[in-house]
Write a protein of this length. Sequence first.
Length: 193
Amino acid sequence: MISTTPSPAPRPRAVAYDAVRGAIRNGDLALSRGCTLEGSLITEVTGSAYTHATMLGWACPHTLMIGETRQHADGRLIDCRSEILRWPGYYDVYRVRTPRFDGDAAWTFMCHAAGSRYGWRHIGRIWARRRLPWLGVPPADNSDLPGADRFCSELVHAALRAGRGPQVKEHDCDVAPGDLCDPRQFRYLFTWY
């Protein structure tokens, strides 16, 4: 059975986007709280305040981007500034604690995943594996191919593996956004406003 006890979201340390933008490293994570019906369903199933997982990284020397896969939008890279301005106070930023983590390799994986399809089939799988373990639904195999279909936290977990980062579950398809804030493996930095 999959553990469904996520780490609680930390008490927010609110900071302005421009005050800390330059401190972001390739491979930092931004976890989002939900505000939609889909987000409410994710919160109910996972028991976490977080409903979306993304990875941060740099394009060229001066453009901070968010790498993600999102329902109805698939895998993509978007401008971080515009996303934070649209959703102030929703994103908490975390940094991997593992010293051997290669954030550049993780970010490269995330960039190569842009254009991949959203992993709709895996959403039902994580729900069944968390809520109905007696059904014995098998996990989806992990893939090291960036273009494989994945949902948000499944993609972030695969990118972390590509960078020799922490693996919070054995199977990427079992990772929910709230699993990516375990304080033993990820350090909370701030909440973006």
